[in-house]
Design a protein around this ligand. Structure first.
Ligand SMILES: C[S@@+](CC[C@H](N)C(=O)[O-])C[C@H]1O[C@@H](n2cnc3c(N)ncnc32)[C@H](O)[C@@H]1O
Length: 346
């Protein structure tokens, strides 16, 4: 991977403080064997580019009026989470690099292409494609909350990504994009959050050109992703939060079942479907850092944190320390993560 100095600096690991976790109940090791991600095409990274100006489109009145019909709760939560995602951006970008690499490799970006990053959050996956489609290509970074798009815009400026425009798009609705207009669509950890992800995939297929590619990621199960599921389970078990949503409804692990993504891709009409799993890991300096990451990226946990008194928070952190004990490494905590990645063509 060719990486500019700015990217190198972002990927430098944070200093590691001494460990202070007490070992009580080690967890069993992760059982599922990993699939090493292929490295056929290596994205070039984010070398500085010559700045040019591109219009920013954060939504039209038509899109805005359609958005008003969306449940406010989900949008409100993501809007509130945007600051935390931005604060954690470099850490998240470094940790999730194997997933990004797989997805970029899958779409094989070429100069001149038009690419959409759907539910893009702070935009990192698409930003890796942006350089590869120069000259002449354009990335559209989209999300349904302006706060994420503003954060993405700031990141693009910082990373000197210039062939990108930003659009507010709600992926629960028909995409505000002409049919057969895009070469590739990226959607990392987005489809499973939607009311009807399969319908969104069908609409993704509509906006892709003949032979266009979709590349997506959706989390495998909570047992593979204790970095996220364990704090939520602790809060739940202690009666601090209620279970979220309806069973079988949208959510982080809604597409975790093996075979589910293949079924959705096939029903949506895609061919050459390829689904793999990518193991990676999140590194935290200590339990407090793990909790801080959780609070920064999840408004549910942030709301719980705001309501907790000191003894309750200490009890939650002690529960997390029990779990962290099994993952201590080099003075920090390294917790495994796993995601499905998939690619398919029109
Ligand atoms: C888990 S984050 C993933 C962000 C980014 N794709 C990444 O991998 O870093 C999910 C993102 O989906 C966005 N999102 C959730 N529901 C959406 C919807 N209906 N339409 C568009 N974006 C949505 C959220 O605002 C959030 O930025």
């Amino acid at each position: 991977m060719r990486s500019g100095p700015a990217l190198d600096a972002q990927l430098r690991p944070a200093p590691r403080p001494a460990s202070r976790h007490q070992i009580r109940t080690p967890l069993p090791p992760q059982s599922r064997p990993g699939h090493p991600f292929p490295a056929r095409v290596i994205p070039r990274g984010l070398a500085p580019a010559t700045p040019t100006s591109h219009p920013t489109n954060l939504g039209t009145a038509r899109v805005r009026s359609r958005l008003l019909r969306m449940p406010l709760d989900s949008r409100d939560r993501w809007a509130r989470a945007a600051a935390g995602w931005e604060a954690r951006a470099d850490w998240f970008r470094a940790a999730t690099m194997p997933v990004t690499t797989w997805m970029i490799d899958a779409i094989q970006p070429q100069p001149g292409q038009q690419i959409l990053d759907l539910a893009a959050g702070i935009g990192d996956v698409g930003f890796f494609a942006a350089e590869l489609i120069e000259p002449g290509g354009e990335l559209t970074t989209s999300d349904f909350v302006p706060e994420m798009l503003s954060a993405a815009q700031r990141r693009a400026e910082r990373l000197k990504i210039t062939n990108v425009r930003f659009r507010q798009m709600d992926a629960n609705l028909p995409l505000d994009q002409p049919a057969a207009s895009l070469d590739a669509v990226l959607c990392r950890w987005g489809y499973m959050l939607l009311n009807d992800g399969e319908s969104a995939l069908r609409d993704t297929r509509r906006v892709l050109k003949q032979d266009g590619t979709v590349a997506l990621a959706a989390w495998t199960g909570p047992e593979d992703n204790l970095w996220s599921s364990a704090p939520v389970k602790i809060l739940h078990d202690r009666g601090i939060i209620e279970p979220e949503g309806e069973p079988g409804g949208p959510g982080q692990f809604a597409w975790a079942r093996e075979g589910e993504i293949e079924e959705h891709l096939e029903s949506a009409g895609f061919v050459d479907n390829r689904v793999e799993s990518v193991p990676f890991q999140f590194r935290f300096s200590d339990v407090e850092d793990w909790w801080a990451a959780q609070v920064q990226t999840s408004t549910r946990s942030a709301d719980a944190d705001a309501q907790m008194d000191t003894p309750t928070r200490q009890a939650v952190l002690a529960d997390m320390a029990d779990i962290a004990a099994a993952f201590e490494q080099d003075g920090g905590i390294v917790i495994p993560a796993r995601t499905w990645v998939a690619a398919a063509t029109v």
